[in-house]
Design a protein around this ligand. Structure first.
Ligand SMILES: Cc1ncc(COP(=O)(O)O)c(C=O)c1O
Length: 479
């Protein structure tokens, strides 16, 4: 393929634009098959993943559709690509990581120290008690020599379950140690929760936008998603959810009532009560992802939805990845009603989580000053979010909208409609800046002019420069 002189436009977008213009010119007509991925790759001397991504982009633009075992076809009713997609009501197959290169790149970039880290939602190691945890690890390794080289009982480290059970009082729950299973991060907890509540082919109700990790788990479990609108102020639109529950057969919901990622929303208590009665009416399990629950910027920790769960419908998932050490991979799930099934599945999957990180976290919770650490961390995130928000407000086009979360450390940014944040993602990465493009957060690839910005790292000159650079790239797209 002749490479355009515009080096900032990725190859797959150049290819997608070219095919789109051929469709618009009538070279490929509605209903007609377009060249196969292999054929186009050979014809244009570009890689197969590049062609695949070009075709995914055209699917997202609703120009073409994939037909199983037949290839890609021009859609019969071409939509105006400017019109926002209205597919949130439809049941969609979630995309896997492998089908979506920007997501893989975002995940890999978390370990890339050369990028300005505004993409992946993880706390800067500077803010975490790494040295203290290392000391605890070495003490624990010496004092529990046999335990750390042995299997833990399947629900996981008893000492850690005790400590988490104590903390659950702060969540308004008072769960017993036997109500927990220790997992490899919240990711495994969500995976277990979805596995025990659904069957392949089922449909799961999620928030729109939703954390992309959930979308990839749905895809791996062969589940479909219905994404229900949510807003940064109150989270899930309950009326819309109620209509869908009335109409569709839904197997489970996955929600983040406390400081949703990416919206930052905190669901009001009245909405939580209504949500639970809706779920009770439809006998629906709710998978609660409470990973940001400890990270309110001010005041009391919000209670978990599980604290209101009279019917044992909530499967509570969490971890210490956002507060202590993502690399320790220590998470948990609490869902007494499903405990037997969860234990069986955890046994089948990996028997138990590693005892050493679990014991270390348990000891830190008991003796390490976790509350003190949390107070400093909450304050740091509050300041970082404010600094980033102010910089974005000052630099981005004035019609942009930026969330104003009361907890967590991500911002959800809506840019003018003409901006394509996937292009921006590639341009920014080329310039050494990591950001998360909006459509990673939707099974229907909506939110094309949205961004999630992580404020997990202390504000510095590099970020200030990066925000100014992003603003220039956006202005360039608007010209
Ligand atoms: C909302 C949400 N849930 C779950 C996870 C995964 O957490 P863990 O690293 O504990 O697996 C993340 C990590 O980014 C997240 O943001």
């Amino acid at each position: 393929m002749h490479r355009s002189s515009d080096a900032e436009t990725p190859l797959y977008l150049q290819l997608a634009d070219r095919i789109q213009s051929l469709i618009k010119a009538g070279t490929f007509k509605p209903g007609e098959r377009i060249p196969s991925v292999r054929h186009l790759s050979a014809q244009h001397h570009v890689s197969i993943p590049t062609v695949l991504q070009a075709y995914l982009t055209l699917e997202d633009r609703r120009m073409i559709e994939a037909r199983p075992k037949s290839g890609y076809f021009v859609r019969n009713h071409l939509d105006d690509p400017q019109r926002p997609a209205t597919r949130s009501r439809r049941q969609l197959q979630s995309r896997s990581l492998a089908q979506f290169p920007p997501l893989m790149s975002l995940v890999h970039d978390v370990a890339n120290p050369h990028l300005v880290p505004m993409g992946g939602a993880y706390p800067s190691p500077e803010l975490l008690p790494g040295a203290k945890l290392a000391r605890v690890t070495s003490t624990v390794a010496r004092s529990h020599t046999h335990q750390i080289i042995s299997y833990d009982p399947v629900p996981g480290c008893p000492l850690l379950r005790e400590e988490i059970s104590r903390r659950s009082i702060d969540w308004g729950c008072a769960l017993s140690p036997d109500d927990f299973i220790i997992t490899n991060g919240a990711t495994e907890a969500l995976h277990l929760a979805l596995s025990v509540t659904t069957q392949p082919g089922d449909t799961v109700l999620i928030e729109s936008p939703s954390y992309y990790g959930v979308l990839t788990i749905l895809s791996h479990l062969k589940l479909r998603a219905i994404a229900v609108p949510a807003c940064p102020e109150r989270g899930l639109d309950l009326k819309a959810a109620a209509r869908i529950l009335q109409r569709d057969r839904i197997a489970a919901m996955v929600l983040m009532p406390n400081f949703n990622n990416p919206l930052g929303s905190l669901m009001p208590e009245a909405n939580r009560i209504e949500l639970l009665s809706l779920a009770a009416k439809h006998h629906l399990p709710i998978i609660e992802d409470d990973i940001y629950g400890d990270l309110q910027h001010q005041g009391e920790r919000p209670a978990a939805l599980k604290s209101l769960d009279k019917n044992q419908q909530v499967l509570l998932c969490g971890s210490f990845s956002k507060t202590l050490a993502p690399g320790y991979r220590v998470g948990y799930i609490s869902a007494p009603r499903y405990q037997n099934k969860l234990v069986q599945l955890k046994t089948a999957q990996n028997f138990c989580s590693a005892p050493l990180p679990a014991l270390t976290i348990a000891d830190f919770l008991k003796n390490g000053g976790y509350e003190h650490h949390l107070r400093a961390l909450r304050h740091a995130f509050q300041v970082q979010v404010r600094q980033m928000r102010e910089a974005l407000l000052a630099q981005l086009p004035h019609e942009s909208r930026i969330s104003n979360p009361g907890g967590g450390f991500v911002l959800w940014v809506e840019l003018p409609k003409q901006v394509d944040t996937l292009t921006l993602f590639h341009q920014a990465r080329h310039a050494g800046i990591s950001i998360a493009p909006g459509h990673l957060f939707s099974p229907a690839a909506e939110f094309k002019h949205h961004l999630r910005i992580s404020c997990g790292h202390p504000w510095d000159h590099a970020m200030e420069k990066a925000v100014a650079q992003l603003a220039r790239m956006i202005q360039h797209q608007l010209r």
